[in-house]
Design a protein around this ligand. Structure first.
Ligand SMILES: Cc1cc2nc3c(=O)[nH]c(=O)nc-3n(C[C@H](O)[C@H](O)[C@H](O)COP(=O)(O)OP(=O)(O)OC[C@H]3O[C@@H](n4cnc5c(N)ncnc54)[C@H](O)[C@@H]3O)c2cc1C
Length: 489
């Protein structure tokens, strides 16, 4: 019997998990990706023997199936990393997740008093109305002073718009379920914590010793062993539809045009881009919805530094509004195998941009100099310690949760659900602020749907447990540090 032709667009965590699952079930599957490497946003690049992820990637999940799959793929190569992450604000470093004592000492008596008073005021003036936007959501929960210090500046760097223009959904998805009271209680008086069966995932984490992308490279290799095909440097340009079906997909590879007939398509390419690639064109209102969605783009200056310890952290959030960079990462603090030589460091300096702004379009030499100047002004390096560097630009990396996004995503989803052999998966593919685990889960569940199960992919990542904790079946007695649900990526 003729095998159905299954095409997966995108070899990131969602696409490759989907393809791998289908391959293990005996299906012949083909993956196309525009990049030259597998792993999407979670890939690892090798530059002169030093390895760089696309910004820091820490894997965690509350889903046992995804945990097992990821752990199995990483195999013997997992290392346990002790986590140290801090926030740089006003020249001071604060432990993150926040430790109340550390935060209060760092802020000084005056600011701490104001922070506590504004927190208490927020608790007393709780309104029953849904907060209109992110700023209101966080201020209502933590008070205006803590919002200003620990949320506003970083969030605005990430999204490039004022917090009053960001949907409260983003806070609900990333910060929900946490109260400052519980942070203080857990940190200072852990024995009073009644919900003792909560496991903290924040103190240490597992990491593939050759970088986040190693897991997905192995998954791709296994998919190919199981008769799957992974084609890189292949950019999808059109999905040709007839009635309610996609019948062929077109792409370009090194200037060459390719077209293949398909029976089923899984797409993890950005949702708005997918809509524009459908032919015949979708109705005007759906095109408008696609135009109303936009992504924040991500730019990383990756540097080899001739200094063994630039900072001890895995990464540092740079809140200081005077600095343009958002985060600094030292990959040697994830795994020694990320380094070409143990005497040097692999440092990433991250910037969030829009593809039309000056930063994104700046010359690489200028960007490297700019990042080095910022690192030097923070006192981490001197210019003469810089060995080499390169710039990594990643378009469409953060689906923007602006105030109207949800209605537009719903309209597009409703429209695409009518196409019976197309399934959207993953972060950009579903316009969802997903991490690796949710991206993988959406890919596997979509594959299972294809095989006859019935899962609502759009419900993935709609949980109400705090993201950095996991409910355990049996009580444990250790206390756990708090946090404020800051995004990983
Ligand atoms: C800076 C940063 C830090 C992060 N940190 C963490 C973290 O600490 N922990 C965590 O779990 N997650 C983190 N993430 C999120 C994680 O990287 C994503 O959740 C995950 O990669 C999403 O997988 P995906 O397959 O859905 O999408 P992607 O990884 O975006 O993969 C989509 C793939 O589709 C391909 N594609 C797009 N358009 C086309 C086209 N036209 N034709 C062919 N191929 C196409 C792309 O090249 C890409 O490979 C971070 C992300 C970023 C950007």
């Amino acid at each position: 019997m003729k095998q159905p032709r299954i095409l997966v667009i995108g070899a990131g965590p969602a696409g490759i998990s989907c393809a791998h699952h289908l391959a293990t079930q005996g299906h012949r599957v083909t993956v196309w990706d525009r990049n030259s490497r597998v792993g999407g946003l979670a890939r690892t690049e090798n530059f002169q023997g030093f390895r760089f992820d696309v910004g820091p990637h820490r894997f965690f999940t509350k889903n046992d199936m995804v945990d097992e799959l990821w752990t199995e793929m990483a195999g013997e190569d997992l290392v346990e990393v002790d986590r140290l992450t801090r926030i740089l604000y006003d020249g001071k470093l604060f432990r993150y997740p926040l430790k109340p004592f550390d935060a209060l000492v760092g802020l000084g008596l005056g600011t701490s008093t104001k922070a506590v008073l504004s927190y208490m005021a927020a608790q007393f003036s709780q309104s029953t109305q849904q907060p209109a936007h992110f700023e209101e959501w966080v201020s209502n929960k933590f008070g205006a002073v803590l919002y200003e210090i620990f949320f506003k500046h970083y969030t605005e760097k990430v999204w490039g718009i004022p917090c009053s223009k960001i949907s409260g959904d983003w806070a609900t998805q990333r910060i929900r379920g946490l109260s400052l009271g519980s942070v203080i209680l857990n940190s200072c008086l852990p024995f009073l914590n009644k919900s003792g069966n909560v496991k903290s995932l924040v103190d240490s984490f597992k990491y593939p010793k050759f970088g986040a992308g190693q897991t997905f490279e192995r998954m791709a290799a296994l998919t190919q062993v199981l008769d799957g095909t992974v084609c890189l440097n292949r950019t999808v340009t059109r999905l040709q539809c007839e009635g309610n079906r996609v019948v062929a997909v077109e792409a370009t590879e090194n200037g060459r045009s390719i077209s293949e007939d398909v029976d089923f398509v899984f797409s993890s390419m950005p949702l708005a881009t997918l809509v524009n690639k459908l032919h015949p064109s979708v109705p005007e209102n759906i095109q408008n919805s696609a135009r109303s969605l936009y992504y924040r783009d991500h730019l990383c200056v990756n540097l080899i530094i001739d200094k063994k310890v630039v900072f001890p952290d895995n990464w540092i959030y740079v809140h200081s509004p005077q600095m343009k960079c958002s985060r600094l990462t030292s990959y040697g603090n994830f795994s020694a195998d990320m380094l070409g030589t143990p005497e040097m460091s692999a440092i990433a300096v991250e910037y969030f941009c829009f593809h039309y702004d000056d930063m994104w379009n700046a010359d690489d030499t200028w960007l490297i100099k700019f990042a080095v100047d910022e690192l030097e002004s923070l006192g981490f390096i001197t210019k003469n310690q810089v060995v080499d560097g390169y710039v990594c630009r990643e378009p469409d990396s953060y689906p923007a949760y602006h105030l109207e996004y949800r209605g537009h995503v719903d309209s597009i989803r409703e429209h695409l659900l009518k196409i019976e052999n197309l399934s959207c998966i993953g972060r950009g593919g579903m316009y969802r602020y997903n991490n690796q685990d949710h991206a993988m889960l959406s890919g596997v569940l979509a594959a299972r749907n294809y095989l006859g199960e019935d899962h609502d992919i759009w419900e993935v990542n709609v949980e109400d447990e705090y993201l950095e904790e996991k409910q355990l079946p049996t009580p444990v007695h250790a206390g756990q540090p708090g946090g404020n649900g800051r995004p990983n990526g």
